[in-house]
Ligand binder design. Structure first.
Ligand SMILES: Cc1ncc(COP(=O)(O)O)c(C=O)c1O
Length: 179
């Protein structure tokens, strides 16, 4: 007897409940696909998005496992800049220049590895606007969400916390892949 590939129901329910604390809509267990660590999530999402001619936007510096699996899945990589003088924010002008009709998604790593930055609510809002304008998905790697120290008030929940989950921005078919 095998367990379901997507994860057992009580585990997916617990994860949906956990994520629901911070977002303005409700996830249900069927919204959750459980993987063996973030790395398997990266493997799956790059395979799912791959098709002939497709490209994906990645941050340098970032987590090289994305490059490995994009190469394996023949997904063209285009690297946008992070801006050290602006606390390693995404260079959204570069994103707009790099993206074309074959761009399927953009990866953000928040909190960042290796730069250690945490994107502000306002900056993530701009990332969301850009992604919506370009019609691309955001893959938000939040492997380090619980080790962001410091606080600002979260616009949605009112809690004082530095980190804003990508789930706050889900609109118009964009969805979080919380790695
Ligand atoms: C940004 C980032 N994403 C994902 C991972 C992989 O996490 P996991 O150990 O859960 O597969 C790491 C690990 O170094 C990481 O730095």
């Amino acid at each position: 007897m095998f367990t379901p590939t997507v994860g057992i129901l009580p585990a997916r329910r617990a994860i949906a409940d956990y994520l629901n604390r911070d977002i303005p809509y409700k996830l249900c267990p069927d919204d959750v696909y459980l993987t063996i660590g973030s790395k398997q999530g990266i493997e799956i999402v790059t395979a799912v998005l791959s098709r002939p001619g497709a490209n994906i936007l990645l941050p340098p510096p970032g987590f090289p496992y994305y490059e490995l699996w994009c190469a394996y899945n023949n997904l063209e990589m285009r690297h946008y800049d992070l801006l050290p003088e602006k606390g390693w924010e995404v260079d959204l002008d570069a994103v707009e220049t790099l993206a074309n009709a074959n761009t399927v998604a953009m990866v953000i790593i928040n909190p960042g590895n290796p730069c250690g930055n945490v994107f502000s609510y306002e900056h993530l809002n701009k990332v969301a606007e850009t992604a919506r304008k370009l019609g691309i998905l955001i893959i938000s790697d939040e492997a380090y969400d619980s080790i962001a120290f410091g606080s600002t008030r979260c616009e949605y929940s009112g809690q004082r916390r530095l980190f804003s989950p990508w789930g706050l921005y889900q609109r118009d078919g964009l969805f979080p892949v919380g790695a």
